[in-house]
Every structure is written in structure tokens, then in C-alpha cells.
Design a protein around this ligand. Structure first.
Ligand code: NAG
Ligand code: NAG
Ligand code: NAG
Ligand code: NAG
Length: 162
């Protein structure tokens, strides 16, 4: 079992009986023990700030599994801002545009209103600011903060993230 220290809260990979959500942020919090590690019995108040984060991952459900990390989707993100060593609002916008085009083309049941767009923008702002510089919404590629957050659902403390 892989462990890392976070102010006394260990990152522990979920076990077979733990449940996880389509939201990497909530899963990361559960993996570190900020939310119940079981992923069960999470109270509504503890979820309210997190609810807005789900949408663009949840939207993928029709097009495949949305509970586990999806390499194809992540590849679209890492390919945004090619040749530049950071993600920013422009690359994130390009990622969202590509994901939306894919969903519109293949998902007959897509929900795509202002509400979903607003939630997706908030989700993107969240990872850009939490994993990078919140004042400018830029996060570096090379420290792999975004990679660790999405792929491992782990806070990248070991890479120097605070
Ligand atoms: C959820 O909480 C209730 C009340 O504390 C408890 O009875 C129940 O067993 C819990 N369920 C799980 C899945 O932990
Ligand atoms: C990953 O996402 C792509 C694009 O939405 C989808 O076609 C594919 O089925 C997904 N893979 C899994 C394993 O869900
Ligand atoms: C994001 O970075 C790209 C590549 O350097 C740049 O062209 C673009 O203007 C930046 N976007 C913003 C919003 O700063
Ligand atoms: C789309 O949603 C409707 C209503 O929930 C459902 O009956 C239908 O099976 C869904 N279509 C697909 C392709 O999933």
C-alpha cells in the first residue's frame, strides 16, 4: 500500500470495498482521509462545496466509465497548450471545447446548458488555482501536480505542492 504523509493524514489507495466518485477532488480528499476513506456516509454539508466539481466528469458517464481515471480524456488535457510548459485558461478552454464536441457528437442524452458550462468552468478554475497560481490560473506541467492529482487522486505534497 502506497503511503505519503500530509499533516498527519496519510494517502492510502482505496480498497476494493471503498467507494469513489466521478470527482477526482473528492476522491483525493477521501484518499487522504479528509473525507471518510470508505467513501460512504459522506454528509451533505461536507459535499456542498464539492458538488459543483462533478459535472464534466459525470458527463462522460454515457461515453464510458466515469469512476476511474480515463487516459483518453486526460490525454486531451495534457495535449492542450502543446509546446508550452504550463496549463492556463486558454488550454483549459481548448480542453473543454474538445470534450464538449466529443460529447455532442456521441452522447444523445447530453445535458448542455449554461448551468453545466458554469460548473465546468468552476471545476477547471479549481484545479488551475489549487494546483497552480490562483492569482493567474496557471499551473506548471513539469512538476506534474495536475498529473498526480488526476491520475493518482493524491495531493502532490512529495513534489513540493502546498
Ligand atoms: C452510515 O451511518 C449510519 C448512522 O451512523 C450507520 O448506521 C450506517 O451503518 C452507516 N453506513 C455506512 C455504509 O457506513
Ligand atoms: C474514455 O473516454 C473516451 C472518450 O469519452 C471513451 O470513448 C472511452 O470509452 C472511455 N474509456 C473508458 C474505459 O471508459
Ligand atoms: C495561455 O498560454 C498560451 C501559450 O503561451 C498563450 O498563447 C495564451 O495567451 C495564454 N492564455 C491566457 C489566458 O493567458
Ligand atoms: C436517454 O435518456 C432517456 C431518458 O432517460 C432514456 O430513456 C434513453 O434510453 C437514453 N438513451 C440512451 C442512448 O442512453
Amino acid at each position: 500500500m502506497a503511503l505519503s504523509l500530509l499533516s498527519g493524514l496519510l494517502w492510502i489507495a482505496p480498497t476494493a470495498t471503498n467507494v469513489r466518485s466521478p470527482c477526482p477532488g473528492l476522491n483525493t480528499l477521501a484518499n487522504h482521509g479528509y473525507l471518510p476513506r470508505s467513501g460512504k456516509n459522506i454528509s451533505v454539508p461536507s459535499l456542498v462545496p464539492g458538488r459543483a466539481r462533478h459535472q464534466y466528469f459525470a458527463e462522460q458517464h454515457f461515453l464510458g466509465e466515469n469512476l476511474r481515471f480515463n487516459e483518453t480524456v486526460f490525454f486531451t488535457l495534457t495535449n492542450a497548450n502543446p509546446g508550452v510548459d504550463y496549463y492556463n485558461a486558454t488550454s483549459t478552454g481548448q480542453f473543454m471545447k474538445a470534450r464538449l464536441a466529443d460529447s455532442l457528437a456521441r452522447n444523445p442524452n447530453i445535458t448542455n446548458t449554461r448551468k453545466e458550462r458554469a460548473l465546468q468552468m468552476r471545476e477547471s478554475s479549481l484545479y488551475l488555482s489549487i494546483m497552480g497560481d490562483a492569482s493567474i490560473g496557471v499551473t506548471p506541467k513539469k512538476e506534474a501536480f495536475v498529473h498526480i492529482f488526476f491520475c493518482e487522486e493524491r495531493l502532490p505534497i512529495a513534489k513540493g505542492w502546498t
